[in-house]
Design a protein around this ligand. Structure first.
Ligand code: PHE
Length: 346
């Protein structure tokens, strides 16, 4: 018995395996229930009592060394396995060609970032909308010219003559998203809605039938026009530099009262006058105002308790100023020679 154990010891310590199949036959031969070591344990029962101690120790040692060898061979195999798959770790990687962001996305993200810093959330809504969310709930009179076929792309109309809240159309502004937010949330509301909008305009260097907006909405108790002005001043300074000046001119929107348009001092000439600002020193950037009480009420918000402000701006115009793009159509053509120029931007 002792001799058998010694022979097996020698055999196991010298054994070499090649590949997982041989490793498995090593296991079957020595370590499985029907393997040679188990056989020896079987035989061990018949060993005379006086030899049991010595032989038992040897047998246990044999079993342990077979197990150690098996585990060692197995881990070596795993290492060489991964090694063969990534043979040359110093080889240069496959060249990665980075794309570039679209200038409209760059400017949109910049605007979102600025308002995020002062607690505005981002809301999105559908591009295909109904008249109710785009016009009716926003206090547009039934005969308002913006609802006219000349401005709005209709998908289906209930009546050829009259506007109807059920008409389906492409949204002409993202104020429709704000209607959805007001219907679904309770004040305080602080949100901006970036998105694509559609108006039926002749396409030229200065106008397009698709463009992008970011609109903002703030509703709480005691929100005032001063809050609106200060928020817009903060935005203008972050966006156009700390020396920029703003001015608010009275204007009209059905959904705000009072309404205003905001100009910034021309960033090209600093207000002295150039062809970008048409020698006025000012560039118009957004529309704004206090949310009309009728709009709050139509969206289920108590206009006696809450007030709010709203504003909306296009993205194309500021992006034109920033990157000196002189034709709006370039934004939509996806010409790679144009897009590649924004590679270093993010
Ligand atoms: N919805 C307006 C537009 O598309 C912009 C605007 C939004 C004006 C909010 C005032 C308040 O021109």
């Amino acid at each position: 018995m002792l001799e058998k154990i010694n022979l097996l010891f020698a055999e196991i310590s010298e054994l070499k395996v090649n590949g997982p199949e041989e490793l498995e036959s090593f296991r079957l031969r020595f370590l499985s229930k029907k393997g040679q070591i188990s056989d020896l344990f079987e035989e061990f029962r018949n060993v005379p009592a006086e030899d049991k101690k010595e032989i038992g120790q040897k047998l246990n040692l044999l079993k342990q060394s077979a197990l150690d060898k098996y585990n060692l061979l197995k881990s070596e195999m795993l290492i060489s396995d991964t090694g063969s798959r990534a043979e040359d770790l110093s080889r240069p990687a496959v060249p990665y060609s980075l794309g570039s962001r679209h200038p409209i996305s760059i400017v949109r993200n910049e605007i979102i970032d600025i308002f995020r810093r002062i607690g505005f959330t981002v809301s999105e809504g559908p591009e295909i909308e109904d008249d109710d969310h785009v016009f009716t709930k926003l206090n547009f009179a039934p005969e308002h010219p913006a609802r006219d076929m000349q401005d709005t792309f209709y998908i289906s109309r209930i009546s050829a003559e009259d506007s109807n809240p059920g008409d389906i159309l492409l949204r002409t502004h993202t104020s429709s998203v704000q209607v959805r937010v007001m219907q679904g949330q309770k004040p305080p509301i602080r949100t901006i809605s970036p998105g694509r909008v559609f108006r039926n305009e002749a396409i030229s260097a200065r106008a397009h039938c698709i463009f992008h907006q970011v609109e903002g909405l703030y509703i709480d108790e005691n929100v005032s026009f001063a809050d609106l002005r200060q928020t817009l001043l903060f935005f203008a300074r972050e966006m156009y530099g700390k020396d920029v000046r703003i001015r608010l001119r009275p204007s009209y929107f059905p959904f705000t009262e009072p309404s205003a348009e905001m100009d910034i001092s021309c960033t090209i000439c600093g207000g002295k006058g150039c062809n970008v600002c048409k020698y006025t020193g000012w560039v118009e950037v957004l529309g704004c105002g206090m949310v009309h009480p009728a709009v709050l009420e139509s969206c289920g918000i108590d206009s006696k308790k809450y007030t709010g402000f709203a504003f909306g701006m296009g993205i194309e115009r500021p992006a034109m100023l920033k990157y000196q793009v002189n034709d709006l159509r370039l934004y939509f053509e996806n010409d790679i020679r144009f897009l590649e120029q924004f590679r270093t931007a993010f």
